[in-house]
Each structure stands twice: as structure tokens, then as C-alpha cells.
Design a protein around this ligand. Structure first.
Ligand code: RFL
Ligand code: PHB
Length: 393
């Protein structure tokens, strides 16, 4: 078995793990990232598209903002379509000028991988059987195997940024870990297509047939979603059927302007709300999807991961550069306070806009009234807007 040492061992080479590694390396703190899959596999996952302004700032601080600033689009508003009409939420107006950046998670991850490579950062791909040990001691370590050889990595801290299915959360004893979960009775069928987006700003649509979302990656690449029963199989959805269903859920004039084309990616994502507490156990710190999942309706998944990284980054900086452990000691509580607010917002947006299979007529009237109230109240619009652009770190 080979034995190596680093200061911070990071499990997971998704956006959370790569961003933390990049930020720490720039401040002279040594990290190694251990990723189960190949880089191409990680980049092949089509996921988030909307970055809060705070996350965009963190990318700039990591020295990874150049392409995002050149190619990403700043959005000052979103539309909500309901009852055949389109109402706009002016994000900038209701937040005193804050906006979001439309820039795909694939591109964020690609830029982070490039930055890691440019700085000579170590990312071990195809690390198998990663296991965590002695988390309560001051000498934690992890083990893994690669190409048939076993390795041990001694470190000060282990960061569990290995997504919902990774081993880190499971390494916390069940009598310590508390999990909160809500599984929604539907999923999102997503299609990526090389077509011009139907609208310059995102459209979230509530319709009796179910929710729909019109998003984009660029002016030549569109991303659309429709709510489907969780029992549906992606093979059962032809492109034609998808476009027809999407159009049926949009206001007629919007549907008339929708450019369709072959899908270049099509997948169904389940919707769940999930939080694991605490986010720290000894010298293990969880971050991102490893600790929490939101339904994608509020665009908060990647952004909640980024806020964890913000707190961890500052906690680790204070530890290594100022010998101050207050940030790390308070990490779980601080991160969870913001996580729960993003959870609440995502749950609220999901309830507002989806068709629930067991809902009664009265529930649908409440939903519609929630929307009517929203667009009649500057206070309600301001609340949506401040959550959508991202609460302060
Ligand atoms: P990731 O991206 O899952 O990365 C975790 C990494 O850990 C690796 N891993 C392991 N590595 C080593 N050993 C093991 N045993 C391992 N097990 C797993 C995995 O291979 C992976 O590379 O978690 P991270 O970094 O915390 O990032 C979280 C985000 O990916 C996620 O929250 C967002 O994609 C959620 N999300 C959205 N978030 C937003 O903020 N805005 C959006 O608009 C948005 N849209 C979405 C979304 C997620 C979606 N899906 C499919 C879940 C839309 C969709 C459809
Ligand atoms: C996306 O573009 O993939 C996207 C945008 C907004 C959301 C969810 C997903 O709320």
C-alpha cells in the first residue's frame, strides 16, 4: 500500500470539490481530490443552469470567472406563466440590482478542471472503494484503490463532496446523523436541443397538465423541462411527444414561437427535498449534494453547494492562516441555516407550480391565489426575488 499525505483530502470531483480545491490551492493550502469517475463522465452530466451572483463572485475569486463573464448571460428577471398569461418577476428591481448568471454546470465544471490542471492541482480519477477512517481523531485518513493498487492518504481534514450517493455521509454513525426527506410524486423530463431559446428569460409555467420550464445554456442551446409521473420511462418519450406536451403547457403565443429540433440529451430526474444534520463529524465536513438535495424548481442545488464551499473555505483559511477554528467549529450550524432557507424556497416554488396527483380542487385554488397574490404584492415579489438571486452568505 502506498501512503501519501495532504492537508485537505476532498472526496468528489464535482463542482463542490473542485471549487474548494481551487480556492484553497490559491491560498497555499494543499488538497487532493478523489473522484470515482472519469472527467468526461463528470462533464457529460447535464444539470444546473442558473448561478446566484454570490456563486459567480466565488468563481471569480477562484480565478475561474473569465469564460463565465464572457459567455454567461446576466438575467435580470424571470417569467411565470399561468392561466394563459406571462407575468414577469423583475429580480433586479426587487433586490436593489441583484441578478443571476445563466451559465451551465457543465461549463462551470469544465472551467474548474482547466484551472486545476493549469495550477498543477491533483485530481485522482477512477478512485475506487474510497473509505474514510478515524474521523474523530486528529489523524483521519482515507483509503482507495486504483488500477489494482491500494492507497492510503493521511490528512488533517476530509471533505465529503461526493454527492447524494457517495460514502461520506454514510461514514457518520446513524445515532449521530439525522436525515429529513420528502420525495415528490413526479419527476422532470429534461431535453437539451440546439435551438434558439423560446424566450430571452426563463419561463416557469404552471398549467393544469403539469409544470414546464423553458431555460437555456446559450442563444443556440435550449434546455426545457416538463413535469412527468415518476413512473415514466425516458424511452417512452419521443422528441415529438415532448415538444407537443411542452407546447400544450405554455401560453399560446409562446408555444407558437417555440423552435423545436432533435434532442441531444434527454433524461428524467426525480424530485426530492433532503437534509442531513450535522454537516460535520469530527474532522469530516460534508458539502453540497452529499448533505442536501432540493427539487430543482428554485435553481438552488448547485448554489447551496457553493454556499457550503464559501463557509468551508473561510473556515479552513482561518484555521491554517490565523490559527482560528471558530469558522470550522460553527460550520455545520452556519451552513445549515442557509441550506434550510434554500430548502424552504425550493419546496415553496415546487408547491406553487406543480400539479400534485392527489390534489383537490381547493388545493388548486390555493395555488392560483398564491400566484395572484404574488403578482399583486411588491412585498411578495421582493421575497421571491431575494431568494431566487440568493440570500447573502
Ligand atoms: P455532484 O455534482 O453530484 O458531484 C459529486 C461527485 O462525487 C463523485 N463521487 C465519488 N467520488 C469518489 N468516490 C466515491 N465513492 C464517489 N461517489 C460519488 C461523483 O462522481 C461526482 O462527480 O455534487 P456537488 O459537487 O455537491 O454538486 C451539486 C450539484 O451537482 C447539484 O446540486 C445541482 O446539479 C442541482 N441542480 C441545479 N442546481 C442549481 O443550483 N441550479 C439549477 O438550475 C439546477 N438544476 C440540478 C438542476 C440537478 C438536476 N439533476 C439531474 C439532479 C437540474 C437537474 C435536472
Ligand atoms: C436549467 O437550466 O437546467 C434549470 C434552470 C432553472 C431551474 C432548474 C434548472 O430552476
Amino acid at each position: 500500500m502506498s501512503i501519501t499525505t495532504t492537508q485537505v483530502a476532498i472526496i468528489g470531483g464535482g463542482p463542490s470539490g473542485l471549487l474548494l480545491s481551487q480556492l484553497l490551492h490559491r491560498r497555499g493550502i494543499e488538497t487532493v481530490v478523489f473522484e470515482k469517475h472519469t472527467r468526461d463522465y463528470v462533464l457529460g452530466r447535464i444539470r444546473a443552469g442558473v448561478l446566484e451572483h454570490g456563486f459567480a463572485d466565488l468563481m471569480r475569486e477562484a480565478g475561474c470567472g473569465e469564460r463565465m463573464d464572457a459567455e454567461g448571460e446576466i438575467h435580470e428577471g424571470i417569467y411565470i406563466a399561468h392561466q394563459g398569461r406571462m407575468d414577469r418577476v423583475d429580480l433586479a428591481k426587487h433586490t436593489g440590482g441583484d441578478t443571476v448568471v445563466v451559465y451551465g454546470q457543465t461549463e462551470v465544471t469544465r472551467d474548474l478542471y482547466q484551472a486545476r490542471a493549469d495550477m498543477g492541482g491533483v485530481v485522482v480519477h477512477q478512485a475506487e472503494d474510497v473509505a474514510l477512517h478515524d474521523l474523530k481523531s486528529t489523524t483521519p485518513y482515507l483509503t482507495y484503490s486504483k488500477d489494482g493498487t491500494s492507497h492510503r492518504v493521511n490528512c488533517d481534514y476530509i471533505i465529503g463532496a461526493d454527492g447524494f450517493h457517495g460514502p461520506s455521509r454514510k461514514a457518520i454513525p446513524s445515532d449521530v446523523l439525522r436525515e429529513y426527506e420528502k420525495v415528490y410524486p413526479f419527476g422532470w423530463l429534461g431535453v437539451l436541443s440546439e435551438t434558439k431559446p423560446v424566450s430571452p428569460e426563463l419561463i416557469y409555467a404552471r398549467h393544469d397538465r403539469g409544470f414546464a420550464l423553458c431555460s437555456m445554456r446559450s442563444q443556440v442551446l435550449s434546455r426545457y423541462y416538463i413535469q412527468v409521473p415518476i413512473t415514466d420511462n425516458v424511452d417512452g418519450w419521443s422528441d415529438d411527444a415532448f415538444w407537443a406536451e411542452l407546447k400544450s403547457r405554455l401560453p399560446a403565443d409562446v408555444a407558437a414561437g417555440l423552435e423545436t429540433g432533435p434532442s441531444i440529451e434527454k433524461s428524467i430526474a426525480p424530485l426530492r427535498s433532503f437534509v442531513a444534520e450535522p454537516m460535520r463529524y469530527g474532522n469530516l465536513f460534508l458539502a453540497g449534494d452529499a448533505a442536501h438535495i432540493v427539487p430543482p424548481t428554485g435553481a438552488k442545488g448547485l448554489n447551496s453547494a457553493a454556499s457550503d464551499i464559501y463557509y468551508l473555505y473561510h473556515g479552513l483559511l482561518d484555521h491554517y492562516l490565523k490559527d482560528d477554528d471558530a469558522g470550522l467549529e460553527g460550520y455545520s450550524e452556519t451552513a445549515l441555516a442557509r441550506v434550510w432557507k434554500a430548502q424552504r424556497f425550493s419546496w415553496w416554488m415546487t408547491n406553487l407550480l406543480h400539479r400534485f396527483p392527489d390534489s383537490a380542487e381547493v388545493d388548486r385554488r390555493f395555488q392560483q391565489t398564491d400566484l395572484d397574490y404574488l403578482f399583486s404584492s411588491d412585498a411578495a415579489l421582493a421575497s421571491l426575488a431575494e431568494n431566487y438571486v440568493g440570500l447573502p452568505y
